[in-house]
Ligand binder design. Structure first.
Ligand code: ZN
Length: 131
C-alpha cells in the first residue's frame, strides 16, 4: 500500500426514487477547488484550506444523471466525503481557469495546517454507518 493517496466516496442520491449509489475513487493527490467570485474583475480573494475542504464535501445538485433504478435521466444530489486517508496527503488547488484568456487565479489560499482537523470530512466520523 502506498504512503500517498486518498480514497473519496461519492454518495449519489436520485431525487426521484431516493436511491443512493456509492462510488469510490482512489486519487494520488486531493484536487481542491473553491467557489469563484461571480463578478468579473473582482479583486483578489483569500480562502482557507478548511473552506476548500467544505467546498469539496458540499452537497451538489447534478442534472442529467442516469439513474439505474429509474432507468431515466434524473436530478441527483452528490455528496463527496473522504473514505480513507493515507500517511501523506498531497493537496493540489485548481487555480487555473479556462476562458478566452487562460490564466492562473491570483487568489490566496491560507494553510492553517496546525489546527486542520480532517475528521469532519471523513465518512466514518460524520456519524453515519458504513453500508
Ligand atoms: Zn432514480
Amino acid at each position: 500500500m502506498s504512503k500517498f493517496g486518498i480514497t473519496l466516496l461519492n454518495e449519489i442520491t436520485c431525487q426521484d426514487c431516493k436511491t443512493t449509489s456509492y462510488v469510490f475513487e482512489d486519487h494520488f493527490n486531493l484536487s481542491l477547488g473553491y467557489p469563484k467570485p461571480q463578478a468579473k474583475g473582482s479583486s483578489q480573494v483569500s480562502y482557507t484550506l478548511g473552506g476548500c475542504l467544505d467546498w469539496l464535501t458540499r452537497v451538489e445538485e447534478v442534472q442529467n444523471y442516469y439513474c439505474k433504478s429509474c432507468c431515466a435521466m434524473t436530478t441527483t444530489h452528490r455528496k463527496t466525503s473522504i473514505w480513507k486517508l493515507r500517511e501523506v496527503l498531497v493537496l493540489h488547488f485548481k487555480k487555473f481557469k479556462m476562458n478566452s484568456m487562460s490564466s492562473n487565479d491570483k487568489d490566496i489560499i491560507k494553510f492553517p495546517l496546525d489546527d486542520l482537523v480532517m475528521d469532519k470530512y471523513i465518512y466514518e466520523a460524520s456519524g453515519r454507518e458504513k453500508s
